[in-house]
Unconditional design. Structure first.
Length: 183
């Protein structure tokens, strides 16, 4: 096999090396520093408008990977009606009321332009905290990342997972009771 040791071969090696270095440097620069995350998509003091939806001005944000009881949905505790929706709303108000909330969009907007997001406040993941309180379920249709937090609530027997509590999964209730099954 003949080797090309001329100027063309040197230029080829130069450009391959230059391209390789540029790709490597760009990859390193594109990564956030360890412990840092990307800038949030929306930040501020939101209004809690549903058990798993907050609003910043006109932008509604649905908590990603989480599904909480719906407003007209009834839960029962030891045979009596229990306001599980109201309990979930109060918990989200408590979590979101600690100070500024930062949300990081995930997935595409729903048909109404609402965004799904993971939201944090005071260093806590609001989505995860709502699940750990037992007042929401991990929404498998979107993600499986919150199943450990739901399992924690089930093991602790809190919220919807208390002994004697019965409820219907919010997505099943919604599909039956709301047009289109949307939140």
């Amino acid at each position: 096999m003949l080797r090309n040791t001329g100027l063309a071969a040197l230029l080829h090696k130069f450009w391959v090396l230059t391209f390789s270095i540029a790709v490597a440097v760009h990859g390193v620069l594109a990564l956030p520093a360890q412990g840092q995350t990307a800038e949030p998509d929306v930040t501020g003091i939101p209004e809690v408008i549903d058990a798993d939806i907050i609003r910043f001005g006109q932008q509604r944000v649905i908590l990603w990977g989480v599904d909480a009881p719906e407003r007209p949905q009834l839960c029962h505790a030891n045979g009596a009606i229990w306001g599980c929706y109201e309990a979930a709303v109060r918990k989200l108000q408590l979590l979101a009321g600690r100070g500024e909330v930062s949300c990081y969009y995930k997935g595409d907007p729903d048909p109404f332009g609402r965004r799904y997001a993971v939201c944090t406040s005071a260093g806590e993941d609001l989505n995860a905290e709502l699940l750990k309180s037992g007042l929401a379920l991990a929404f498998e249709e979107q993600s499986d990342e919150y199943f450990p937090q739901m399992a924690e609530a089930i093991a602790a027997g809190i919220g919807l997972w208390q002994v004697g509590v019965t409820f219907e999964e919010p997505w099943i209730f919604r599909k039956r009771e709301t047009r289109g099954g949307y939140r």
